[in-house]
Design a protein around this ligand. Structure first.
Ligand code: 0O2
Length: 228
């Protein structure tokens, strides 16, 4: 019974948020922050491909958190939505309303790109979670940066928080399979699947290291060839 009431309440909040002007305004700020960061990454990609004849990332995915996920996350964190200050709660406590995911072929490119982004003087680093150097117990690997970027609106410059996740293609493949498991209810043999996924994460990490080594060998060979 309690679950039904909660869901109904959540549903009402979601409806209110979707139609509220203030909520639309903050969502627009997050949307603009995504555009800013995506442009910065595309500029780096373009310069890189000119200078080194290759692209530092394979693709970029962006997403704006839905009102439903926003409400669920605030609830999970124990915030009361009853005071009607959802917009303030979001701005002060949720750092991943705006999300950008950068998929690279090689691990070294992840750190290079992250550094290049952080060197830009209009970007402020709020927090780093390096799940590549310190993987989660289930095997999840990615580099997460919470950044603050300026968005230039009609009323002036506004700093906006955004989460940027960097992964290799292999890590992204793993995370998408894991994501399916996390959102599926009543999965048979769940423990076995979780353990298999953890083992796969290890294999993927070894594969990423090997691919990096091969690229380093190819690049070293290329340099020798130029000198000869
Ligand atoms: P979605 O739909 O991908 O956005 P924070 O909000 O950063 O203070 P949180 O949420 O614990 O606290 O942050 P964390 O650990 O940095 O993880 C946030 C996001 O990383 C998740 O977003 C996922 O995208 C991804 N992630 C983290 N752990 C895992 C994992 O074990 N498996 C997979 N597949 N993805 C993971 P959301 O909000 O869960 O969902």
């Amino acid at each position: 019974m309690e679950k039904v009431e909660e869901t109904l309440e959540e549903y009402q909040y979601i409806r209110v948020l979707e139609s509220g002007r203030r909520f639309m305004e903050i969502m627009n700020k997050y949307r603009c922050a995504i555009m800013e960061v995506e442009t910065k990454l595309n500029v780096l990609n373009s310069e890189f491909s000119l200078q080194y004849d290759r692209n530092p990332f394979e693709s970029i995915k962006t997403r704006l958190k839905s009102p439903r996920s926003i409400i669920e996350k605030l609830r999970r964190r124990g915030f009361s939505l009853a005071d009607g200050n959802v917009e303030e709660l979001v701005e002060e406590n949720l750092y991943d309303v705006a999300g950008v995911r950068v998929i690279c072929a090689f691990q070294e490119d992840i750190y290079r790109l992250a550094d290049l982004l952080l060197q830009q003087d209009d970007i402020r680093l709020i927090r780093t979670k390096d799940y590549i150097k310190n993987p989660k117990p289930n095997g999840y690997r990615s580099l997460h940066l919470i950044l603050e970027v300026p968005v230039f609106l009609e009323k002036g410059k506004t700093p906006v928080k955004i989460e940027v996740q960097f992964r290799t293609i292999a890590m992204d493949f793993w995370a998408s399979v894991d994501h399916k498991l996390r959102y599926k209810k009543n999965v048979e043999d769940e423990e076995k699947i979780v353990e298999k996924l953890r083992q796969c994460a290890e294999t993927i990490s070894t594969l990423d290291d090997e691919m990096q080594r091969i690229r380093n060998m190819i690049e070293a060979g290329g340099e020798r060839h130029v000198k000869d």
